[in-house]
Design a protein. Structure first.
Length: 154
């Protein structure tokens, strides 16, 4: 089952990278319903980095960032396709999907997590934000989502 990491940093349950990724995938499949639970997998001072967004530090800031993302794209989900570990690094390949401007779009992403002392302390997302940005700009409803995005500070 691999090296032990914290599956749930809030409750202190331990597990393998495989179990951690399975829980991560379950949360993304539930999408908005898991918005308040994503940070359970992260360490107290988690640093979240994503293209086009301000980095956040800490569970509270991370929870707020997820809340804002789901406010703009309520049906945002992700499907994990594969993952790999290299020492204290965990790489997760996934595909995001959401409705933007009245159209369903999908875009590939790789999340790189850094673990220290069993906790996920950093997540960097790697994707090209142009597909999402252009989807916002393609239609009036996309523009309205973009206005909402600016209003919530994304």
């Amino acid at each position: 089952m691999g090296r032990q990491v914290y599956v749930d940093a809030v409750r202190g349950r331990h597990g393998s990278y495989e179990e951690w990724v399975a829980e991560f995938a379950r949360k993304w499949q539930r999408g908005r319903a898991s918005a308040e639970d994503f940070m359970d997998l992260m360490g107290p001072e988690i640093r979240l980095i994503a293209p086009g967004l301000r980095p956040t530090i800490g569970r509270d800031a991370g929870t707020e960032a997820f809340r804002r993302a789901f406010m703009v794209m309520p049906d945002l989900t992700a499907t994990v396709s594969r993952w790999a570990e290299r020492g204290d690094r965990l790489f997760i390949e996934m595909t995001f999907e959401a409705t933007v401007g009245g159209r369903r779009i999908a875009w590939p992403n790789v999340d790189r997590f850094v673990f220290e002392g069993g906790y996920a302390v950093e997540r960097a997302a790697y994707f090209n934000p142009m597909k999402v940005r252009s989807a916002f700009l393609r239609s009036p409803s996309g523009w309205m989502q973009l206005v909402k995005r600016r209003w919530v500070g994304l």
